[in-house]
Design a protein around this ligand. Sequence first.
Ligand SMILES: Cc1cc2nc3c(=O)[nH]c(=O)nc-3n(C[C@H](O)[C@H](O)[C@H](O)COP(=O)(O)OP(=O)(O)OC[C@H]3O[C@@H](n4cnc5c(N)ncnc54)[C@H](O)[C@@H]3O)c2cc1C
Length: 269
Amino acid sequence: MVGGGIIGASCAAHLAERGADVTVMDAGKPRFGTSLANAGHIVVSHSVPMAAPGMVGQGFRSLLSRDGAFAVSARPGRGTLGWLLGFARKCSQANVAALQPGMDQILHRSAQLLREDPEVAVTPTGLWQVFTSSTDRATAEAEHLRHYGVQVRDVPGDELRAEPGLTDHVCAAIELTEDFGVDPAALWLRMRRRSETAGALWQEDIRGGSARYRCRRSGARCRGVVAGYRAFPWRGSTHSCGEGLFGDHLTCGTHAQAPDAVNGSANSS
Ligand SMILES: Cc1cc2nc3c(=O)[nH]c(=O)nc-3n(C[C@H](O)[C@H](O)[C@H](O)COP(=O)(O)OP(=O)(O)OC[C@H]3O[C@@H](n4cnc5c(N)ncnc54)[C@H](O)[C@@H]3O)c2cc1C
């Protein structure tokens, strides 16, 4: 497992518990990564892919707004334009219809696994999505999400005004009722402990934190991975090094593999 954030720790725990021989290698100290410093929301509602109809227009409006959620650097990196065009092409109803059911299944299964773990403390509040522009946007968003089976509650005006954490700019809110919260640091530690109990070996700070991981190529194909001082075959290695992945243009979570003896067949995720 290359990278020991929450993705690496969770994969390590579940694979080791199924009998895989797991080594987690982290270039630094995983406890300083984003996995331990996020908001801790388990967002079952995030099943609708970002590449959906209307996103190009929304992204463009966001570029023109000072507090927009999306921005492009004045000096975009290599491949940014190609990525943006590819994203725009994918913003179709067909893309959403193809991906949403699988996303929904993964998110509900993940939430169920977390709820079933007696050592994971869960804060059972839903997540509020708030709107400052118009109540129509809130209505449209709620309709969009309900269309895909996401459970949404319209937050009544008096409840909204009674919420001390919100400024007067907020004019509407919807609650994503299936979402809940965890303590991200406690969750990461729990997954790490579970993996270690099941026999996973953790190697941190490989090469004093300066390790790059790279592919061993044969022509255009990646045959293996070098992380720190060790080489791994491509099959059987899982790449969970967050941002570290992008330098090598790999896809997150490729080739997580449980042993055939346990799973019956090769199982890539
Ligand atoms: C402010 C903020 C709030 C967020 N809130 C939420 C939220 O509420 N809910 C939610 O679901 N998500 C949230 N996220 C996103 C979430 O935190 C990340 O998606 C998640 O932590 C990514 O986990 P990861 O294991 O893939 O990556 P990371 O946590 O980044 O872990 C990657 C690990 O790989 C190691 N690594 C990197 N390069 C190499 C290399 N070459 N060799 C070996 N190891 C390497 C790093 O040291 C690191 O430990 C938030 C993110 C931010 C920034």
